[in-house]
Design a protein around this ligand. Sequence first.
Ligand SMILES: C[S@@+](CC[C@H](N)C(=O)[O-])C[C@H]1O[C@@H](n2cnc3c(N)ncnc32)[C@H](O)[C@@H]1O
Length: 197
Amino acid sequence: MTAADIIEAWDQADPAAIHPTRGIDEDAYWNSGVNQAAILGTVIPDGAKVLDFGCGDGRVAIPLRELGYGVTAVDASPNMLGRLHQHDPDMPTVLSSGAGLYGQLGKKVDAVVALAILIHHNYADCLDLLTELRQAVKLGGILILDWPVSDQPVEGQAWLDVTTWSQEAHDDACNRIGLKQVDARLPWGVYKAVKAG
Ligand SMILES: C[S@@+](CC[C@H](N)C(=O)[O-])C[C@H]1O[C@@H](n2cnc3c(N)ncnc32)[C@H](O)[C@@H]1O
């Protein structure tokens, strides 16, 4: 599946089906974002300028902003951003598929959060997105990425499939793009933006 197919699928998705908790309990869905924002807050410096890339309807971006971060919420889906604005009309948003992201923003941020987005892309598109995200972060900044490594890596074929990476491919990408993994014991990978190579 191409990135464009995945974006179209998310844009048209039934809001009730976009997260495992949502079909069960709407409060559980939003509380999961509050809890994840609190976890992110353990590694993102206070007051940092944060990009939530693939923000969806703001499940995590909104509570991150409530924690005092300068959040910009980025998504390629106009429907997702529309729903986010119903919950937080003042949230700064950018409609972007990631291509040329740094140019769109005009300045670098202190941190990028990308949860439940890279996992749905194929290897080539994920590498492109990682490169764009890295360019959008200051040297020494932090990236929290849902980018799983597996002993049996699989490249997803459908929009809800999960792509996993071999340790070797992951480490090679980190080196080429300029990411240094930090041992932060979070449910997602935590990376420092470093010089590539
Ligand atoms: C599973 S949702 C995750 C939303 C949010 N990060 C969360 O954890 O609640 C995936 C989101 O990524 C967005 N997305 C997928 N591919 C994208 C891309 N290439 N550029 C920007 N957004 C993308 C979709 O539109 C969707 O809103």
